[in-house]
Design a protein around this ligand. Structure first.
Ligand SMILES: Cc1ncc(COP(=O)(O)O)c(C=O)c1O
Length: 381
């Protein structure tokens, strides 16, 4: 079945108890057993819940893999994945990553004896050099946040496999509509479903997808033990959002391209980063491993911090807010928002300077969005 069909039907058969066409919200902690040890597939909602199971099966199908787990947030999904590791393990991390992941990797997990090496993952030789005998995992995001660089997933998968390690890809920005890392050789895919999968900025959630049964067992054990699960309402809202992922992603991309083109060449803007531009440094990788270029546009203001801050505070349709991937357009200042967990030197080294502004282009009319940005930019002179 094709993507649009899976999004609406995978894991979403009519309810076996009532025939309800839409998966119901199973708002229950526990499930009555027919006899001791005889249950009907569900026992206790931390271990499994039918609404959550529908979401998990749907996201797994969209990623082209066999197994999915839904979590209470993207960070819970990332923390759950890291519970595959043990003290003494080493992780190679692409240094261009979400600030919250960096916070977990630098402030929490080292306390448990896990070590991390950061590399510029656009350079395969740098990844290769960072591997040690104890390396169990290579962690990447592609496209990266907020500079929209692409990492070659197949090359990373090949390096990880050769070293007996797992490749984990945070696929939040691309979504399964545009990119399926497991088909490119990755072992684990993580999502903040808070973003495009949920799609309406009304529910926090996360997901992990794997195709390997042993990895799935380990992740289920860790999740059931540590408990970072979403409630049934949140699972239901995320599943409702996921049904329309394809139509939303197509329009996000149309609007993002319109915005990127409207801003390119503006005298007050030093650079417009959008992987859909043929002269974007990662354009060829994007064409190879993605089916489109997504809905995020990142710009750099010529007059630096003052202009970037003024822009963020002068838009009327673009809301100044954390997050991305919802139907409404958001504007963000990565230096002090998504990337607050990095030191100023680390941010600048990755190009996340005080002049950078990130746009999550929503589904409003593209002319209105361009007009809004242009009126705000005019105020930055
Ligand atoms: C790429 C990426 N991964 C993970 C997360 C964390 O997700 P959540 O906020 O749902 O915990 C985010 C949040 O912004 C993100 O952008």
């Amino acid at each position: 079945m094709k993507f649009e069909t899976l999004a609406i039907h995978a894991g979403q058969e009519p309810d076996p108890a009532t025939g309800a066409t839409v998966v119901p919200v199973y708002q229950t902690v526990t499930f009555t057993q027919d006899a001791i040890g005889e249950d009907r597939g569900f026992v206790y909602s931390r271990s499994g819940n039918p609404t959550r199971a529908a979401l998990e099966r749907c996201i797994a199908a969209l990623e082209g893999a066999r197994f999915g787990l839904a979590y209470a947030s993207g960070m819970a999904a990332i923390a759950g994945t890291m519970q595959l590791l043990r003290a003494g393990d080493h992780v190679v991390v692409a240094d261009d990553l979400y600030g919250g992941s960096h916070r977990l990797f630098s402030k929490i997990l080292p306390n448990f004896g896990v070590r991390f090496s950061y590399v510029d993952a656009t350079r395969p030789a740098a990844i290769e050099e960072a591997f040690e005998p104890a390396t169990r995992l290579l962690w990447i995001e592609s496209p990266t946040n907020p500079m929209l660089r692409l990492i070659d997933v197949a090359t990373c998968a090949e390096i990880a496999r050769r070293h007996g390690a797992w490749l984990v890809v945070d696929n939040t920005f691309a979504t399964p509509f545009l990119q399926n890392p497991i088909a490119l050789g990755a072992h684990v895919v993580v999502h903040s479903t808070t973003k495009y999968l949920g799609g309406h900025s009304d529910v926090i959630g996360g997901a992990v997808v794997v195709d390997d049964a042993a990895l799935f067992e380990s992740l289920c054990f860790a999740q059931n033990t540590t408990g970072g699960v979403p409630g049934p309402w949140d699972a239901w809202l995320t599943l409702r959002g996921t049904k329309t992922l394809a139509v939303r992603m197509r329009q996000h991309e149309v609007n993002a391209r319109r915005v990127a083109e409207a801003l390119r060449g503006n005298a007050q803007i030093a650079a417009v980063h959008y992987p859909g531009f043929a002269d974007h440094p990662s354009h060829e990788i994007a064409r190879r491993q993605m089916r489109g270029f997504g809905g995020i546009v990142t710009i750099e203001m010529r007059d630096g911090e003052a202009a970037a801050r003024k822009l963020c505070e002068s838009t009327r349709l673009f809301s100044l807010a954390e997050s991305l991937g919802g139907v409404e357009s958001l504007i963000g200042y990565p230096f002090l928002m998504s990337h607050a967990a990095f030191s100023p030197e680390e941010k600048r080294a990755k190009g996340v300077s005080e002049a950078v502004v990130r746009l999550s282009v929503g589904l409003e009319d593209a002319d209105d969005l361009c007009d809004d940005l242009l009126q705000a930019i005019a105020q930055c002179r």
